[in-house]
Design a protein around this ligand. Structure first.
Ligand SMILES: Cc1cc2nc3c(=O)[nH]c(=O)nc-3n(C[C@H](O)[C@H](O)[C@H](O)COP(=O)(O)OP(=O)(O)OC[C@H]3O[C@@H](n4cnc5c(N)ncnc54)[C@H](O)[C@@H]3O)c2cc1C
Length: 386
């Protein structure tokens, strides 16, 4: 069975590796020359590491390891220690590492070649046309990110008001200056309305990635341009005299698309809206890549279409994102509630244990929600009243 993957980000890269490992004939088209730049803060959580290790991908050589997270909301702060391996990467290196692993497993990689058309012949095979080459295949996996061509080709909408807008820059600061950030990712919740600011240090590259995230519909409510707020934000962290080239980019944050494909064409990663709390997308891109690979195998040995199989292999992930991450985002981006919660972390053991679970990510949000003791929560909030 021949598989074409459109897009060489983490979703496409791991799907290509998995399917090639299983003996499928895989061609991956990427529109940019690899290594390509991706606007991203580059946080690789413990969940991302676990998933990558499960398919034998080791990223230690390119990972700037982290010890913890520092979260500030107004006058409240909390420190969370990371108990297992996590860190930050430069996405150019990370994504090309995944592509290399896919190539080692046998995938054919065609880079600097944008996919411009997909058609289906009478024999049921698809013809995927890129700028350089065409490939015939039985199934197509759209892993082409937030502005997905494959999604548009299928006429599947992703509501623009479900997008977040980011402005970010990779700022060179040098290895010495970077020690100031103590191998800790910094989050400033509520720095912009319903959003946050971040500073993620990368010891290996001597850079920090700084940025702001805000729901798209809230940008027009700002009384100054987001770029001006970004300059102010990095100024507050003594980063403004450095060479800074900020970029704006989009990110899905309010759940997945309604339809995950059609026939034997499916969507994974950002193309399908698989993004978790606060814009963390890499682990869910990887997981949806695994689900797609599993669906291809089932489709190959059964009668159902790839889209039907994928819907079934992705059921758990869809529920996790649509039900729980979207719900949690409402709490995360409510500064009043979030500030009160983090003030309680030091005072209340139960709240502190919940936050630990969230950071560790070995438990799904669904499990965390299901096991919440509302009486303990209520007690903690009552204790916090003046
Ligand atoms: C500013 C910012 C910060 C972020 N920070 C984090 C973070 O710290 N941690 C985290 O986990 N997530 C983060 N995310 C989210 C994360 O970047 C995405 O969720 C993740 O990259 C999705 O992976 P993907 O493979 O689905 O898509 P992408 O990584 O976007 O890859 C899609 C690929 O498809 C290619 N492509 C597009 N169209 C075509 C075409 N027609 N033909 C061929 N190729 C095509 C693109 O060039 C691209 O290489 C951040 C996002 C933003 C915007």
């Amino acid at each position: 069975m021949e598989v074409v993957i459109v897009g060489g980000g983490p979703a496409g890269g791991v799907a290509a590796k998995k399917l090639s490992d299983d003996g499928y004939d895989v061609t991956l088209f990427e529109k940019e020359r690899i290594p390509r730049h991706k606007h991203c803060a580059g946080f690789i959580s413990q969940k991302s590491i676990r998933l990558l290790e499960s398919t034998d991908i080791d990223i230690r050589d390119i990972l700037s390891e982290l010890k913890g997270l520092h979260i500030r909301c107004g006058d409240a702060t909390m420190e969370l220690k990371l108990e297992s391996l996590a860190g930050n990467v430069i996405r150019d290196e990370f994504d090309s590492h995944l592509i290399r692993r896919a190539r080692d497993s046998g995938a054919k990689i065609v880079d600097a070649s944008r996919v411009v058309d997909i058609s289906r012949g009478e024999d049921g095979k698809y013809l995927v046309q890129s700028e350089k080459k065409a490939a015939e295949c039985d199934v197509v996996i759209g892993a082409d990110g937030v502005n997905s061509f494959v999604r548009r080709h299928l006429g599947i909408q992703y509501d623009r008001s479900n997008l977040g807008v980011t402005v970010e820059a990779e700022i060179p600061v040098g290895a010495e200056a970077i020690t100031e950030f103590k191998e800790t990712n910094h989050y400033d919740i509520g720095y912009v309305p319903n959003g946050y600011g971040w500073i993620f240090p990368k010891t290996k590259s001597g850079t920090v990635n700084a940025g702001l995230w805000i729901p798209r519909d809230d940008v027009k409510k700002l009384d100054q341009p987001l770029s001006a707020m970004f300059s102010h934000y990095i100024g507050n962290h003594d980063l403004s005299d450095q060479k800074v080239v900020p970029h704006t980019y989009l990110i899905p944050y309010k759940g997945t698309v309604d339809r995950f494909g059609e026939g034997n064409i499916i969507l994974i990663g950002d193309a399908a809206g698989f993004v978790g709390i606060a814009g963390e997308g890499i682990p869910y891109a990887v997981e949806s890549g695994f689900n797609a690979a599993e669906a291809v195998k089932k489709h190959n040995s059964g009668n159902a279409s790839l889209e039907e199989e994928y819907r079934s292999t992705s059921e758990g992930l869809m529920e996790e994102i649509n039900e729980y991450h979207v719900k949690f985002n409402r709490f995360f981006f409510n500064p009043t509630l979030f500030r009160r919660t983090i003030k309680l972390v030091e005072k209340d053991e139960y709240i502190s244990s919940l936050m630990k679970k969230l950071t560790d990510e070995s438990t799904s949000l669904k499990e965390i929600y299901r096991n919440i003791s509302y009486s303990k929560l209520l007690l903690a909030f009552l204790k916090s009243l003046p």
